[in-house]
Structures are given as C-alpha cells and as structure tokens.
Design a protein around this ligand. Structure first.
Ligand code: ATP
Ligand code: MG
Length: 252
C-alpha cells in the first residue's frame, strides 16, 4: 500500500509548456548521475552485497536499458536511482540534486516533480478503479482536470473498456498497462520502468514500447528501462549490463 502510494506520488509531475521548452533546450545535460553506488542488506547474521560501485551518467532525453540475469540487482538499482530506497555507499544525483542531501520529504517532492515509476509488481491501489489509479498522480500534482487525461492515457494503452475495473478484476497484463498509464500521465522528465513488457504479448508489448518512445520523442522524457525484451534494448541509445551487482567495465 505504501509502495503503491509512492508509485502514484512519484508520478505526480505536470509539466508546463515553459518547462518543456527548457527541457528541449537542455538535451545534452546530465539528468541522472550514479556515483559509486553500493547496496548491502543484512538478513539474520548474513550480510549480502546486492550492488557494488555502480557509476554512470544519463543525459536528458536519452533512453537507457538495464539488462542482467535474475537476481543481478536491476530492480534494486532502479529503486535507488529513483530515490525510493537509499544506497549503503555512493550517491545519486537527479537534475543536479544530490538525493542523499535531501530528507524523505525532499526526495518525495523531487520525485513528484520529475519522476514516473513502473514497478515490476505494478503496485496499483486495490481500492481504486483503473481510472482512479491513473487520476491520482494528477490530483496529487494539483491538476485542474484529472479524469480526461487519465481516460485518454488508458485508451492509449488499450484499456478504454476497463476504466471502472478494480485491479483484482484485471489480468496481469492489464494491470501492467494501468501502471504504465499512471507513470505516463504526468509526462515525467524521468521515467523508470521495471520490465514494462514483462507480462505482455508481442502485439500489446509493441504498443507499450511505441508509447514509451513517443513520450521520449514528444516530451524529451529520459527513459531508464529494466528489460529482457530485445524489442526495447534495440531501440535504446545505450544498454547497461549488470552482473552480480556490478556494471560491465565498458558501460561506465
Ligand atoms: N531487501 C532485501 N533483503 C535481502 N535480499 C534482497 C533484498 N532485496 C533484494 N535482495 C536480493 O538482491 C538480489 C537482487 O535483487 P533484485 O530484485 O534487484 O534483482 P533483479 O535483477 O531485479 O532480478 P529479477 O530479474 O528476477 O527481477 C537478489 O538476489 C535478491 O534476493
Ligand atoms: Mg527485478
């Protein structure tokens, strides 16, 4: 539930025309910087290293894929980059703001302004319909009109006939598309998506990929996509390879 609210709040950024113009003028700027990120967790008396010394930069407007076998640390890295979790070592910078210098509220505010996140497990709010789930980030951002843009975005992911269904009345692929619509609806500057086509057939997956790259093209949205889907990696500007929590040498 908390994560689901985070997901909705994380998408809450409605861009004005002025912001969009500024964005297109700054395409070469670094929008995301990972410096020496490490993540350790302790379970019982065992310390597990999930990520070690991960460093890279992403320029505004880039589309970057993160690939690696199951358990290599992809979801953990995405959560750290989006400020949903804190690293054990190193730092993350979003649009020049060092996340470690911000408290939880500060990070939430930055996410609200800039970030959309599609979770591997969707994280929809179960007591809200598809339409209400997609309206929520717009409402949190104080948008005057939430229902119409939310409806239009659900239509773009092929769910015009499912607006009033609750998550438990939707298939896995349909829930994934609601989560994608929720992350897109505010046109965030930075979109993180964890296996966005993982539960979709090739045709529906293709439509979602087209939507991702339309957003990248139309709004200058920077994409960070964890994926095994070659239809996605083939369209990204760069592919980062994670293996046992480390980036391949020539990726950094
Ligand atoms: N909170 C945690 N406590 C203990 N271990 C964790 C925790 N979170 C992740 N891990 C472990 O860290 C490793 C990386 O997990 P992560 O979810 O980032 O992998 P992934 O690359 O996204 O895998 P998949 O492709 O299966 O989604 C896994 O071995 C996982 O079991
Ligand atoms: Mg994962």
């Amino acid at each position: 539930m908390v994560a689901a609210k985070e997901a909705a709040a994380g998408s809450a950024s409605a861009h004005t025309t002025t912001e969009r113009t500024t964005m297109s003028n700054s395409l070469a700027q670094t929008i995301l910087r990972a410096s020496g990120i490490g993540k350790q967790v302790t379970t019982g008396d065992t310390e597990l290293t999930i990520l070690s010394d991960v460093s890279f930069e992403v320029r505004a407007g880039e589309a970057v894929a993160i690939v690696g076998v199951s358990g290599s640390g992809k979801s953990t890295l995405l959560g750290l980059l989006a400020g949903l979790d804190t690293p054990s070592a190193g730092s993350v910078g979003i649009d020049g703001h060092d996340l470690s210098a911000l408290d939880e509220d500060g990070r939430a505010a930055l996410r609200g302004r800039m970030v959309g996140f599609v979770f591997q497990s969707f994280q929809l709010l179960p007591a809200m319909t598809a339409l209400e789930n997609v309206m929520l980030p717009l409402e949190l951002a104080g948008a005057m009109e939430a229902a119409e843009p939310a409806r239009a975005m659900l239509e773009r992911v092929g769910l015009a006939e499912r607006l009033h269904h609750y998550p438990k009345q939707l298939s896995g692929g349909e829930q994934q598309r609601v989560a994608i619509a929720r992350a897109f609806v505010t046109r965030p500057k930075l979109l993180f998506a964890d296996e966005p086509t993982g539960n979709l057939d090739a045709t529906t997956g293709g439509q979602v990929i087209d939507l991702l790259f339309e957003l990248n093209r139309e709004s200058g949205t920077t994409l960070l996509l964890v994926t095994h889907d070659e239809a996605i990696t083939g369209r990204c500007d760069r592919v980062l390879h994670l293996a046992a929590g480390r980036l391949r040498d020539n990726d950094t």
